[in-house]
Design a protein around this ligand. Structure first.
Ligand code: SF4
Length: 500
């Protein structure tokens, strides 16, 4: 993921929320068309990254072939590509959108090979997260003579594993894992196995699934950032990969090693609120249901005299339904959303730019005119989008606009793989809620409390990260972590460090 602004897409630039992260997938599946299943799994994970997509595939014992390109999953792969990627095991990756000449180099899966212990190791790797000690590891490897073709922290992980002297890739991963600090859910593929692992705090999600038995009756396994990837390929969710666990999918089926037990868990609370698809299951919660509860609690915390509940589509849909249910108020569509807008790379130009968000949302005056509205969205980062939404509703004749946000105010940057702008750009970092309401031009504003979020997800603070709201970073040394351009500072004129 890069901090560069969204210049490349006319439309993603209208999204003001936290930037989506990355999605990973992997499976070992003799008897199945592994790359085709990967394609559809990535299709289900598309919301986690729209800049680039990639699949690496191999036949047991054959070579690894990788195709990765800028664009959405169904723009990157053709039927012909999937034939070329024929194999029995595969991994895939979708990446958050950005622009810049370096964008392709930082797409994934990363492919690395190295001579190790008298043999040749070839691997492909897909990563979701961000290492907070990437600069140190990068410098150390450069000094050891290792070269890099990108500045992604994902390539650092790939290089560490590829060059590790252990003859067994699983042993190499078990030794490399404790050296990595930060957030990482990683899928590695060699020519004959898929190995997946998750950081000891479990910051980013990683789920384990089972495919329906093939003609040979064998159960084959897969891993994915979210369980919605399993549904689309007919696989069933088994469980989450445990923090610090390494799982291997190969001809023996599924094996597991708990490499680093006992760290404080710190699953990203924002996955429930915003990032993950509502039909995904995380920590035994179906997110659509948890988000509905957020809406109910929002109403309990801040009821108001109103006529109608509307959502900012689609991010506020589930919470708006919950809020309307709790309030006993009618709910309607206040906006029509252009669902194809993310697919255009044509810039709007000066003439259209003044219409801003109308490219994406068009308010319905017949629905909102004269009404006292409760408007539900999932988060506010800089506030630009919310300000425009409030103005559009007022222009469409709304009598009152009461904003209700199903997350607390975002005041601190994320160092664990999510691009949330700088602290100074965040509208809440130095303002009270009343000042933010005035800045946005809304009649009233309420953010869901942190206690309300935990009540809705039926979780506890001890097991989660909520640093972007609280400023309490769960990993030691996060305060010293340098920015995403850190590699540029440390090694001279190289590309910006990107996150997966
Ligand atoms: S800082 Fe926020 S977005 Fe980042 S991992 Fe923690 S909860 Fe998630």
């Amino acid at each position: 993921m890069s901090r560069l602004s969204d210049g490349g897409s006319a439309v993603t630039s209208t999204r003001d929320g936290p930037r989506d992260e990355c999605g990973v997938f992997g499976l070992y599946a003799p008897g199945h068309d592994a790359s085709r299943l990967s394609f559809f799994a990535l299709y289900a994970l598309q919301h986690r990254g729209q800049e680039s997509a990639g699949i690496a595939a191999a036949d047991r014992g054959g070579h690894i072939i990788t195709r990765r390109e800028l664009g959405l999953v169904n723009q990157v792969f053709t039927e012909n590509d999937l034939h070329t990627l024929a194999g029995e095991l595969a991994i895939g990756h979708v990446r958050y959108s950005t622009t810049g000449s370096n964008a392709w180099e930082n797409s994934q899966p990363v492919q690395r090979s190295a001579g190790t212990n008298g043999s040749h190791r070839e691997l492909a790797l897909a990563h979701n997260g961000n290492l907070i000690n990437a600069v140190e590891l990068h410098r150390e490897m450069l000094e050891a003579g290792v070269t890099f073709s990108s500045t992604s922290d994902s390539e650092i992980i790939a290089a560490l594993i590829a060059t590790h002297p252990s003859a067994d890739v699983e042993d190499a991963i078990a030794e490399v894992l404790p050296r990595l600090k930060g957030a990482f859910s990683v899928v590695v593929m060699t020519k004959d196995r898929v190995v997946a692992f998750r950081d000891p705090h479990g910051l980013r999600p990683l789920a384990l699934g089972a495919l329906e038995p093939g003609d040979d009756g064998e159960v084959r396994y897969c891993v994915a950032s979210e369980s919605c990837a399993f549904d689309i390929i007919g696989a069933s969710f088994i469980r989450d990969v445990e923090p610090g666990e390494v799982v291997t999918l190969d001809e023996c089926g599924l094996t597991s090693r708990q490499v680093m037990p006992g760290e404080r868990r710190a699953f990203c609370i924002f996955e429930y609120i915003y990032f993950a698809r509502p039909d995904s299951r995380m920590n035994d919660q179906v997110l659509q249901v948890a988000r509905g509860r957020m809406g109910e609690i929002l109403w309990r915390e801040a009821p108001v005299d109103a006529d109608l509940v509307i959502a900012v589509p689609d991010s506020g849909n589930a919470a708006a339904r919950g809020l309307a249910r709790a309030a006993g108020l009618p709910q309607d569509d206040g906006f029509v959303k252009n669902r194809y807008v993310a697919r255009t790379f044509i810039q709007p130009g000066q003439e259209l730019r003044k219409h801003g968000l109308r490219l994406k949302f068009n308010p319905l005056p017949e629905v909102v005119g004269g009404k006292r509205l409760v408007v539900v969205d999932d988060s506010i980062v800089r506030g630009n989008t919310t300000r425009q939404i409030v103005q559009m509703l007022r222009d469409a004749g709304a009598a009152e606009v009461h904003m209700r946000i199903s997350a607390p105010p975002i005041k601190h940057p994320c160092h664990y793989g999510i691009d949330m702008s700088t602290r100074e750009e965040m509208i809440a970092h130095d303002r009270t809620v009343q000042e933010i309401a005035e800045e946005l031009g809304c009649t009233s504003l309420h953010y869901l409390s942190l206690e309300g979020v935990y009540e809705a997800v039926r979780g506890s603070r001890e097991n989660h990260c909520d640093a972007c709201f609280s400023g309490s970073y769960p990993l030691e040394g996060t305060g010293q972590a340098r920015g995403k351009y850190a590699l540029e500072e440390s090694t001279g004129p190289v590309l910006p460090l990107v996150q997966a």
